[in-house]
Design a binder for this molecule. Structure first.
Ligand code: ZN
Length: 316
C-alpha cells in the first residue's frame, strides 16, 4: 500500500473547511454581484460551481485519535464512500459522471492525493460514473471490480472506465468472495457475490461486489446495489456490522428482514437523491431498519456523513 493520505490533525482540517467555506461563499457572492446574465462565468475550467458548494455534515464529537474514518459522500442519487485507515485510502464507488469534480475536490480537501484502492461495486453509472476521470486525475494503485464483459453492460461510462484502465494501467483485480486485502490498520474481505455467480445482463445489480472492512473490533459493510442473491450469500456467512451502507439506495428489493437481522447494523447509511424518481428510501426498508434498532442517516437529508473511529468508539 502506498498511503495516499497526508497527515493533518482534525483541527487543521476543520480550520481548512471553514476557510474553504468562506472562499466558496465569497466566490458565490461575487458571482451574484456579476448578475444573472453571466452564468457562463460560473464555470472555471471544468469545475462546476454546484460541485464545490455541497453541504458537509462533519462529526462534532471529541475523539482521542482517529484510527479510521468513513465518509459517505453526498453525490445525490448515486453512491460514493471514502474509507481512510492510517494513511491508506479506499474509494468505494464514485457517484455519477457529473460528480467527478466534487469527489476530486473532496479528496483534495481531506489531504488525499491518490487511492490505494478504487473499488467499483458494479458498472452502473451511479457507481462508476466518475471513475474514468478519477483514474486520469490522480494516482490509483489498484482497481477492484466484478469481471463483467462490456457486452453485458453496453454503456458509454463503462466503456470510458475500461479505456481509462487501459490507459493508466492500475493493477486491476476481479476479486471473488473470500479474498482479503490490507487497508492501513484495517483489512477487508470480499463477501459477495457467491463465487459461482455468473453475471446476468438484466440483473447486473446482483453482481455487485460486497466488502466487509474491519479493524477487528468495528466494521463497515457495503455491497452496492446487491439484492436478494447477494444478501442471501452474506446471510449464510453470518456477517455482522456496525456501519451498513444500505443496499441499492434503500430500495425494497434489498435489505430483506432476514439479512438485516443477521448483519444487525448499529448505523445505517442510505445514499440517495433528494426527491428522487424512485421514491428511495422505500418506507418498508426504513421500517425494517427501525425494527433491528439501526440509527438511520440519509445523504438526501444530511449531505455528506462522516464517521470517525478511535478504536473504542464510533462518532459522527
Ligand atoms: Zn445504484
Amino acid at each position: 500500500m502506498t498511503g495516499y493520505r497526508r497527515k493533518r490533525s482534525r483541527k487543521t482540517g476543520r480550520v481548512w473547511s471553514v476557510l474553504y467555506s468562506l472562499m466558496t461563499g465569497s466566490f458565490l457572492f461575487l458571482v451574484c454581484l456579476w448578475g444573472s446574465g453571466h452564468v457562463d462565468l460560473l464555470l472555471s475550467g471544468d469545475e462546476e460551481l454546484h460541485e464545490v458548494s455541497k453541504d458537509v455534515t462533519a462529526g462534532d464529537a471529541v475523539i482521542e485519535e482517529t484510527l479510521w474514518e468513513v465518509h459517505c459522500l453526498d453525490v445525490g442519487q448515486a453512491s460514493a464512500t471514502l474509507i481512510i485507515s492510517k494513511e491508506c485510502v479506499m474509494l468505494a464507488d464514485t457517484g455519477n459522471k457529473d460528480d467527478a469534480n466534487f469527489v476530486l475536490n473532496y479528496l483534495a480537501e481531506q489531504g488525499v492525493t491518490g487511492l490505494d484502492y478504487l473499488l467499483l461495486t458494479h458498472p452502473h453509472e451511479d457507481h462508476i460514473g466518475a471513475a474514468a476521470k478519477i483514474l486520469r486525475e490522480i494516482p490509483v494503485d489498484r482497481v477492484l471490480m466484478p469481471d463483467i464483459d462490456i457486452d453485458m453492460c453496453e454503456t458509454v461510462c463503462y466503456a470510458e472506465l475500461l479505456s481509462a484502465i487501459e490507459e493508466k494501467e492500475p493493477l486491476t483485480d476481479y476479486p471473488k468472495a473470500g479474498d482479503t486485502y490490507p487497508l492501513g490498520d484495517m483489512s477487508f474481505t470480499i463477501v459477495c457475490p457467491d463465487p459461482e455467480w455468473q453475471p446476468i445482463k438484466e440483473n447486473i445489480n446482483e453482481s455487485s461486489l460486497g466488502v466487509h472492512i474491519s479493524d477487528g473490533e468495528f466494521s463497515i459493510l457495503l455491497y452496492g446495489d446487491g439484492k436478494q442473491y447477494c444478501e442471501a450469500y452474506m446471510t449464510q456467512q453470518e456477517i455482522a456490522t456496525d456501519i451498513l451502507i444500505v443496499g441499492h439506495h434503500g430500495s425494497s428489493y434489498s435489505s430483506s428482514a432476514t439479512f438485516l437481522e443477521t448483519v444487525h447494523p448499529k448505523y445505517a447509511v442510505i445514499s440517495c437523491g433528494k426527491d428522487n424518481d424512485y421514491g428511495f428510501p422505500h418506507r418498508v426498508v426504513l421500517d425494517r431498519l427501525a425494527s433491528v434498532g439501526a440509527e438511520v442517516f440519509r445523504t438526501d437529508e444530511l449531505g455528506t456523513i462522516i464517521f470517525l473511529c478511535d478504536g473504542k468508539n464510533i462518532t459522527f
